[in-house]
Design a protein around this ligand. Structure first.
Ligand SMILES: NC(=O)c1ccc[n+]([C@@H]2O[C@H](COP(=O)([O-])OP(=O)(O)OC[C@H]3O[C@@H](n4cnc5c(N)ncnc54)[C@H](O)[C@@H]3O)[C@@H](O)[C@H]2O)c1
Length: 284
């Protein structure tokens, strides 16, 4: 266990929050998992148990290990428990006002030395840090979906992040058996700044009739060795999420190269959001 960090708080028990709780509990940390409704927490605990079963099937964990990990997670709707946390990761929905209000509330409850991290995909870490009383102890910790499977954590330094906060966070990722990669705060960080223009260009190619979605994905899989085609990946992420991130890049850089492809916007308007709605560039 990293010096001084025994108990970790996770705010939001959705897709990312339950995965983040999973990897911390697996690594031996006590977890305080917070959400607004008990039903969401029940669903998160079911998902964590199911994902731990997958690890058992793969021979990475035994039944006793699963039970120990589950026992370490305290699921609660009461943020008050966060006073016990030595490190906190925020994973509530990607809405600036909501993030600011949750972070301010947590900031008031946390002990002064506790590091507060955000899992945001696109909001400025520097701006979030500035909204708290601990900007030097604030950092971006961008886990990838599905968290228990994906090795990368993009660790994003705000302008205000101290060296000590940065080093603690990098070391913590290693304890979780993840691969941290350090980047500085800028729109889209590195992951989405590089990925979203690829997805966008793939959508333009389909819109202009250059190729079908199947052909675009086949070119990238067979020719560039991508495990998933860009449009298959866009469907997995959610086309609405892709448009939101492209808008963040467009506004953040003021550069037209990040304008979202009209076909992406049209598909979102039609409710064709990708996997989650049963239809995107492909059908599910
Ligand atoms: N889904 C992804 O692929 C992905 C990947 C990387 C990063 N992210 C980022 O992770 C964050 C969370 O995304 P997600 O996909 O897990 O969202 P989600 O909607 O699946 O989960 C968010 C959870 O936060 C809860 N919540 C809302 N208000 C809250 C509050 N005041 N206090 C505590 N919990 C609250 C919601 O009830 C919900 O359970 C976002 O910032 C997103 O950009 C998502």
């Amino acid at each position: 266990m990293l010096d001084g960090i025994h108990t970790v708080g996770v705010l939001g028990a959705g897709t990312m929050g339950n995965g983040i709780a999973h990897v911390f509990a697996r690594a031996g940390y006590n977890l305080i998992l917070c959400d607004v409704e008990a039903g969401f927490l029940d669903r998160a605990m079911e998902t964590i148990a199911k994902n731990l079963d997958r690890e058992i099937k793969k021979g990475k964990l035994d039944e006793a290990g699963k039970q120990q990990a589950l026992k370490r997670i305290h699921a609660t709707t009461d943020l008050g428990g966060l006073t016990r946390a030595d490190f906190v990761v925020e994973a509530v929905p990607e809405r600036l006002e909501l993030k600011l209000s949750v972070l301010r509330e947590a900031d008031k409850l946390l002990r002064p030395e506790t590091i507060l991290a955000s899992n945001t995909s696109s909001i400025s870490i520097t701006a979030l840090a500035a909204a708290t009383s601990r900007p030097d102890r604030f950092i971006g910790m961008h886990f990838m979906n599905p968290v228990p499977v994906m090795a990368l954590v993009e660790v994003i330094r705000a302008l205000q992040t101290s060296d000590a906060t940065f080093q603690t966070t990098m070391a913590l990722c290693e304890r979780l058996e993840r691969k941290p990669v350090a980047v500085n705060d800028a729109p889209g960080f590195v992951s989405n700044r590089v990925l979203m223009p690829l997805i966008n260009e793939a959508a333009f190619a389909v819109m202009e009739g250059v190729a079908t979605a199947e052909a675009v994905d086949a070119v990238m899989k067979l020719g560039m060795n991508h495990p998933m085609g860009p449009l298959e990946l866009a469907d997995f992420i959610g086309l609405d999420v892709c448009v939101d991130i492209l808008d963040v890049l467009y506004r953040g850089f003021g550069d037209s190269k990040y304008r979202a492809c009209p076909l992406l916007r049209k598909m979102v308007a039609a409710g064709w959001l990708g996997r989650k709605s049963g239809r995107g560039f492909h059908r599910y």
